[in-house]
Design a protein around this ligand. Structure first.
Ligand code: F6P
Length: 195
């Protein structure tokens, strides 16, 4: 059976500052993760004749893929992080203080809450449909390097998690989630490459 490897990008400069969205580069730790991920994937896919590496169009995922060698890389806009609209670039604390109503509304219904001029989780789930169709169609391994909200939705699809849980699923940085689709169902392994 072919594996699908899911991972978030390495830590970004905005992760360090607690800012959401944007198009930041990697922090030093994020660069270290890119190196470790490269080593892991190059070893893991060594015996594969074909495989592909999918990223979003944001530089933190493209930079995280940089050390993976020998397979084609595809950028998908549909793998970009949830668009936080007017809240892009803010910290959760700033949203809480400056836009308390928005903060509360999101807390009450994180799945359906749509950022002003941005997206909701439901929007993200919907735009992932073509990605899922293409993933299902692949016969070779795929490494997907994307973002927290997007990977929660993708993971939920393969792990068969209910819609309501999606915004709260645990998808930590610097961890690879390997999904194997076999005849007996879906198997999952997690590799934490660093803290
Ligand atoms: O903080 C990293 C990040 O990827 C943000 O860019 C994004 O808005 C957020 O995570 C999504 O997670 P949550 O839905 O829990 O805010």
């Amino acid at each position: 059976p072919r594996p699908i490897l899911l991972t978030r990008h390495g830590e970004s400069q905005d992760n360090v500052r607690g800012r959401i969205g944007g198009d930041p580069a990697l922090s030093e730790a994020g660069e270290r993760y890119a190196k470790k991920l490269g080593e892991f994937v190059n070893r893991r896919l060594k015996s594969e004749r074909t495989a592909s590496i999918w990223t979003s169009t944001l530089q933190r995922t493209i930079l995280t893929a940089r050390q993976i060698a020998g397979f084609p890389k595809v950028q998908w806009r549909a793998l970009d992080e949830i668009n936080a609209g007017v809240c892009e670039g803010m910290t959760y604390e700033e949203i809480k203080i400056n836009m308390p109503e928005e903060y509360k509304a999101r807390k009450l219904d994180k799945l359906r809450y749509r950022y002003p001029r941005g997206e909701s989780y439901l929007d993200v789930i919907q735009r992932l449909e073509p990605v899922i169709i293409e993933l299902e169609r692949q016969r070779a391994p795929v490494v997907v390097i994307s973002h927290q909200a997007v990977l929660r939705a993708l993971y939920a699809y393969f792990a068969d998690k209910p819609l309501q849980e999606i915004p709260h699923l645990e998808v930590p940085l610097h961890t690879i989630i390997e999904i194997q689709m076999g005849v007996t169902g879906v198997q999952e392994k997690r590799y934490k490459l660093m803290d």
